[in-house]
Design a protein around this ligand. Structure first.
Ligand code: GLN
Length: 428
């Protein structure tokens, strides 16, 4: 039976790009639950922009697989959330629609790139949200806004209808106020879809179980060392002691590949982005417009005008590292480093069940604090390893520093999302 809901909020933090005032939903496991969707996930009949001028006015003719699943489960889809343009950023400031503000402190960013999704939940605008995580974009805003966010194992959630940024790294994932919410949303979106060739037949039917007796948690020294705010590191260590009291065992360890992870991530994500974003020629999708000059001139003029600065920077970087003469020097080296990260996790997961550390090296930045792109890239150091290896990782709130939330990150073995969720649930 179809039911109706009116969605009316005063969005003072710019969490949404589009809101849906009148919603119809049906019966199901999520019946009437309000869910927001990141604006890089295609929604039939609803503008989907990736927070970019190049996609303004683009109305997808189909739903992403996850959106069809949400509708079948009776979710009330309330709108599309703000983000860094095409997912490129850590603050949600790289949006053509202006920044989203952190609901805990309006002078700070909500994190990114799924900042609108996290902020909408933290502000109480909706119950749950979908984000996407290429190098931390679910976990970072979850940590900065004090909510829970899961990057699932690569392959567990279909990417059909997710507008690609760097497809070998990214997953759509659930965000909610608590672990139970994340688990409920995950159970709806996980599972096989033949339209995504990397999707696997691993539905999620688990109910979170807080018994963690004997669980071995590895603490890589690199997650608590240089570049990590000591107050954040201490808060996370206290959270680990809480887990120890509940029966877990903390195991000191090391991940030497961390010294290469960030460089590898930025070569791979920009390379994939330069290829994925080639489809946006300013003619198909979005505003279009009459051709006045030659196709080549129009192509570069429109991309220059409609892509933001960070997107253009990354297309140039990626095109450079894929150029014939430089391929071996950058892209191939990055793939070798990516394998080192995978090997480190494989070795560690023979000794421990989970790896833990802070989600982000600091609390949420002040607006405009990270105007130097390299400084912004550095803040992704603790989240990118899970994407390079394709393993599941969750961020769960674990305390505050200077009044702002801190996230505990728990990383698991490939396809052991259940274990990651259980440990987060035990902590919560
Ligand atoms: N901050 C990272 C980047 O800019 C991660 C983004 C993401 O996960 N989409 O690439």
């Amino acid at each position: 039976m179809s039911k109706k809901l009116t969605f009316s909020i005063s969005d003072t933090i710019n969490a949404f790009i589009t809101t849906i005032p009148e919603i119809e939903y049906t019966d199901g496991n999520l019946s009437g639950t309000t869910v927001a969707i990141k604006d890089n996930i295609s929604t039939k009949g609803i503008e989907t922009t990736c927070a970019s001028k190049i996609l303004r006015g683009y109305i997808p003719p189909y739903d992403a697989h996850v959106v069809s699943l949400l509708k079948s489960a009776g979710a009330a889809i309330v709108g599309k959330t703000n983000m860094d343009e095409f997912g490129m950023g850590t603050t949600t400031e790289n949006s053509a629609f202006g920044p989203t503000l952190n609901p805990c402190d309006n002078n700070r960013v909500p994190g990114g790139s799924s900042g609108g999704s996290a902020a909408a939940i933290a502000a109480g605008y909706c119950d749950m949200a979908l984000g996407s995580d290429t190098g931390g974009s679910i976990r970072c805003p979850a940590a900065f806004c004090g909510i829970v966010g899961l990057k699932p194992s690569y392959g567990r959630v279909s990417r059909y209808g997710l507008i690609a940024y760097a497809n070998s790294l990214e997953q759509i994932g659930p965000m909610a106020k608590d672990v139970t919410g994340v688990s409920r949303l995950f159970s709806v979106i996980a599972g096989h879809d033949k339209r995504d060739s990397t999707s696997v037949d691993r539905p999620y039917t688990h109910t979170p179980d807080p018994s963690i007796k004997g669980l071995r948690i590895g603490l890589p020294s690199e997650f608590f060392g240089e570049g990590v705010d000591p107050k954040v590191a201490d808060t996370v260590k206290q959270a680990i002691s809480t887990l120890e009291k509940a029966g877990a065992e903390a195991v000191p360890c090391s991940m030497p590949s961390m010294s290469h992870a960030l460089a590898a991530y930025y070569v791979i994500c920009t390379s994939e982005a330069s290829s994925n974003l080639a489809r946006f020629d300013g003619i198909r999708y979005g505003p279009g417009g009459d051709l006045r000059k030659s196709w080549h001139e129009e192509f570069s003029d429109r991309r220059q005008e409609r892509f933001g600065k960070e997107v253009r920077r990354r297309i140039i970087l990626g095109t450079f590292s894929l150029a014939a003469g430089y391929f071996g020097r950058y892209y191939q080296k990055a793939q070798t480093a990516r394998q080192m990260v995978r090997d480190d996790f494989t070795r560690l997961f023979k000794e421990v069940d989970l790896v833990a550390g802070p989600t982000m090296p600091s609390i949420a930045f002040k607006l405009k604090e990270k105007s130097d792109p390299l400084q912004m890239y550095l803040s992704d150091i603790l989240t990118v390893p899970a994407n390079l290896a394709g393993v599941p990782a969750i961020s769960v709130p674990c305390g505050k520093v200077d009044g702002m939330p801190v996230g505990l990150q728990l990383i698991g073995k490939h396809f052991e999302d259940e274990k990651v969720i259980d440990a987060a649930f035990a902590y919560e």
